[in-house]
Design a protein around this ligand. Structure first.
Ligand SMILES: Cc1cc2nc3c(=O)[nH]c(=O)nc-3n(C[C@H](O)[C@H](O)[C@H](O)COP(=O)(O)OP(=O)(O)OC[C@H]3O[C@@H](n4cnc5c(N)ncnc54)[C@H](O)[C@@H]3O)c2cc1C
Length: 472
């Protein structure tokens, strides 16, 4: 039987939409591209959502008022955001947690090593995987039909109205549809096209790693674009961080993060430094280092630290390369020893060590070298020495569908009456560029819930029309 609402995608935004549509009384079918064991998209990798609160709220300390949240968003996006939609997300983030709890999501205070987010971000007990599992459990109990291994290939849209979705050639009709199938970050061919070739003839995107799911191929972003949907976001923009080069191609998640850059120096494959490693606290800089590494030859870089740094950063999953002398370390990494030693010696000689303190922007800096290291600069001189290689790790892309507070997909400025969009597929409306931790889940939760309710209402209207026609 034709469902009222078809939800395409199986992550946070899709599940929020499916649950809300079902709560509104609609019959719901959810199509997830992944097999059951890989369900949940990038949402399984998350740990928290950013929440506005005017007073301390259960796991959140102090306050995080609307205006401060808005200013944070304004700063990271450089003004490339829709204020109305951004404020909608911010306000919704203050009231969504009781609903989330109702569907089995639990929260916990932030742990140490979580980038000092205890005031602004509510952490999911058990992480995003537990959140996704709880939502699926609740959806099943409420009677949402779920089909795994169902990648939608294209939509049938007539005059801006959704008619059907195609999965492996099968035509699936519904009265309304919510699109919530992520960005195109897992589509390596598309990333290659967008990044193009560099001056050395390399295709940088071939060396990118994908931090999350392999299933966000952007197939429906391409389809909707071809069908004339209004789009938003620059295809070259993405959230891209520097991660452990040994991470798997997909799904390495947060465990592949490396937090030692600000304690050492970073060299490219020619053995040269290329950026200020101590510009700011690592949580504020790790997202620019993805692009910095992407711009280096071979899209690789190597962070070198000495024994003084050990114990001062969250230990990575894989141990670093270790050597008793620096030339030996260069050989182990596979870097040319001479320029490597010249870079380290020049850096060591330029260090002006004051009061080292990794918890503040301290006064340890370099003088007379380019690039400078402006904080936490101490000579790399006490063995054993360690090296960690870095690659660009794409979190998600920003290209998606333009929408408004109803989440309706638009065609030449006209809102569809039964096609809605949520999550990463429309996050570009709020995040033109940049990112602040936890806002991805705030966007998906706010717009997923609106899209689900909107789709249910649209379906009921169409159902009434169908009934009137049948009775006439
Ligand atoms: C390592 C990592 C850590 C992160 N940590 C955080 C965090 O702590 N807090 C935060 O706010 N954000 C975090 N993010 C970002 C966050 O994951 C996203 O903003 C959010 O999960 C997006 O939700 P979504 O539902 O839009 O997409 P996703 O969760 O990616 O879901 C997309 C779904 O669509 C399915 N799909 C794709 N194409 C099709 C198709 N054609 N047909 C059917 N199904 C399809 C996929 O299989 C998937 O289930 C993190 C991301 C990563 C990679």
């Amino acid at each position: 039987m034709k469902p009222d609402v078809l939800v395409i995608g199986g992550g946070n935004a899709a599940l929020c939409a499916a649950l809300m549509a079902r709560e509104a009384g609609a019959s719901v079918l959810l199509l997830e591209a992944a097999p059951k064991e890989w369900r949940g998209g990038n949402s399984v990798h998350t740990r928290n959502l950013r929440c506005m609160h005017e007073e301390p709220q259960d796991v959140l300390v102090e306050t995080y008022p609307e205006e401060e949240y808005w200013q944070d968003l304004l700063k990271v996006t450089g003004g490339q955001t829709d204020e109305k939609l951004a404020r909608l997300v911010i306000r919704a983030s203050s009231s969504c947690r009781p609903w989330m709890r109702k569907h089995g999501v639990h929260f916990q205070p932030s742990l140490s090593g979580t980038l000092s987010l205890s005031r602004t971000n509510a952490f999911f007990m058990g992480g995003g995987k537990a959140l996704v599992n709880a939502y699926y459990r609740s959806a099943e109990q409420m009677g949402v039909q779920i089909r795994y291994e169902s990648p939608v290939e294209r939509l049938e849209i007539v005059d801006g109205q959704f008619r059907a979705a195609y999965v492996k050639g099968e035509r699936i009709e519904a009265r309304a549809c919510v699109l919530a199938c992520g960005g195109f970050e897992s589509n390596r061919a598309w990333l290659r096209e967008v990044w193009g070739q560099n001056s050395e003839g390399e295709w940088p995107a071939d060396n990118f790693l994908i931090r999350g799911t392999r299933y966000n191929q952007g197939i429906l972003i391409k389809d909707l674009q071809a069908q004339g949907a209004d789009m938003i976001g620059d295809p070259t923009q993405s959230h891209c961080v520097a991660i452990d080069a040994r991470a798997p191609l997909y799904d390495g998640g947060i465990t592949t993060r490396l937090d030692c850059v600000s304690l050492g120096v970073v060299l490219n494959r020619h053995g040269l430094r290329f950026y200020d490693e101590g510009e700011d606290f690592w949580p504020k800089r790790y997202a620019i280092w993805g692009r910095l590494v992407a711009l280096q030859s071979g899209q690789i870089a190597h962070c070198v630290i000495d024994s003084k740094a050990i114990g001062r950063f969250m230990p990575p999953v894989f141990p670093g390369l270790k050597a008793d002398t620096l030339p030996e370390l260069a050989q182990k990494i596979g870097l040319p020893v001479e320029p490597f030693m010249q870079s380290i010696n020049a850096y060591n000689a330029a260090c002006r060590v004051g009061n080292f303190d990794h918890t503040v922007l301290d006064d340890c800096h370099t003088e007379g070298i380019t690039p400078a290291k402006t904080h936490w600069a101490r000579p790399i001189d006490i063995g054993p020495f360690y090296a960690f290689s870095l690659r660009p790790g794409i979190t998600f892309t920003y290209l998606g569908m333009k929408t408004d507070e109803t989440t309706a997909v638009r065609f030449a400025g006209v809102a569809s009456n039964n096609l809605f969009v949520a999550g990463e597929m429309m996050a570009g409306n709020v995040l033109g560029k940049g990112y602040t931790a936890g806002v991805g889940m705030s966007i998906g939760t706010a717009f997923g819930r609106i899209a689900g309710t909107g789709a249910a209402q649209a379906a009921f209207k169409l159902k009434n029309l169908e009934q009137q026609r049948a009775a006439a």
